[in-house]
Structure formats: structure tokens, C-alpha cells
Design a protein around this ligand. Structure first.
Ligand code: GDP
Ligand code: MG
Length: 165
């Protein structure tokens, strides 16, 4: 059975939302920064098992530093959320727990994965300290540049959604 699932990718400007989707869908990366305007929608079919295939409809929303201002219409019918921050840029995670509360209020009862991206830019110790000092719990630490954990992240979400109706 083919199920179609809407995934929205959220987070501040420049954290790597577009790059993570591009890495997942086409396995490529670009250093050129092109701001996403409005919303880009990409599809990727993920086979969970022979009789369970998921069509992931990935909504790449325009970056906004004000999570509360995201248009409701974009969020309607969302099955899964990926919230991305940039591990090398504190302004993108300083209010992470507040941001996540807003997201959960806007999109209740929906699987949400918290992703720290750009791990290629920091060393492992620095990374650990940053997470502890800011009381951040992450689901995945990724690099869209190297591809680290990008597939794991989307595969994890896909399998969570595969179990839903
Ligand atoms: P968005 O605004 O959240 O969609 O961010 P983009 O995907 O456009 O990325 C913003 C900038 O960060 C671009 O110049 C990307 O090349 C760069 N970038 C994205 N992901 C990574 C990563 O994992 N590592 C590094 N070093 N740069 C990244
Ligand atoms: Mg973008």
C-alpha cells in the first residue's frame, strides 16, 4: 500500500533545511546559499517493506526566525515535523525549547524530530558541551554537507509514519 505523508521542515534562516532535503532526495550538496521563498515541495518514495511504501511529501518552508508567524495553511494536514537548528550558530538554538513548544501547539499530536545540523563545523567535544549547556535534547545530529545521519533521520520518520493509518 502506498501512503502519502506530509512532512514539514522548520527552523530558522540558513540552518540547512533545504540542504537536508536536497541531500536526502538527490544525494547532493551545494555551498551556494539560495534563500527559499515561500514553499518548495519535493517528493521521495521510501520503501519500508514490500507491502508498505511511503510517499514522503517534503514541505520546505521559507526560513523564519519567528516560528510563531508560520502560516497555518502551510501546516494543515501535517503528518510529521522536522525541526532543524544550526549547531554552529547559537541564535538558532538559544530559544529552542520555546520554539518547540510553539511548534507542538501549532501542530499537535504529530511526530516531531529535533535535528542539529552542520556537525561538520564543530568538534565532538564542543558539540557535547553546547548541547548540555543549552539543555537541548536532539533526535539526530546531521551534516547535509557530508551526508552524516541524513538518511537515518528521514528513515526514522518514515518508519514512524508507516505505522500510522
Ligand atoms: P535553509 O535556509 O534552512 O534552507 O538553509 P540552506 O539549506 O539554504 O543552507 C544555508 C547555508 O548553509 C548554505 O550555504 C548551505 O550550503 C550551508 N549548509 C547547509 N547544511 C550544511 C551542513 O551540514 N554543513 C555545512 N558546513 N554547511 C551547510
Ligand atoms: Mg531553504
Amino acid at each position: 500500500m502506498l501512503k502519502s505523508k506530509k512532512i514539514v521542515v522548520l527552523g530558522h534562516f540558513g540552518v540547512g533545511k533545504t540542504s537536508l532535503i536536497r541531500r536526502f532526495v538527490t544525494d547532493t550538496f551545494s555551498d551556494n546559499y539560495k534563500v527559499t521563498i515561500g514553499v518548495h515541495i519535493t517528493k521521495k518514495v521510501v520503501v519500508i517493506s514490500p507491502d508498505n511504501t511511503i510517499s514522503m511529501i517534503l514541505w520546505d518552508l521559507e526560513g523564519t526566525d519567528d516560528i510563531a508567524s508560520i502560516r497555518k495553511a502551510y501546516l494543515l494536514g501535517t503528518h510529521g515535523v522536522v525541526f532543524v537548528f544550526d549547531i554552529a550558530r547559537p541564535s538558532t538554538f538559544q530559544h529552542l525549547n520555546d520554539d518547540l513548544k510553539i511548534v507542538s501547539a501549532k501542530i499537535p499530536n504529530t511526530p516531531l524530530l529535533v535535528v542539529g545540523n552542520k556537525i561538520d563545523l564543530v568538534d565532538a567535544n564542543e558539540l557535547k558541551t553546547t548541547l548540555v549547556e543549552n539543555s537541548i535534547s536532539v533526535d539526530f545530529l546531521t551534516s547535509a554537507k557530508t551526508g552524516d545521519a541524513v538518511n537515518d533521520l528521514f528513515a526514522n520518520l518514515a518508519s514512524q509514519l508507516a505505522n500510522d493509518a
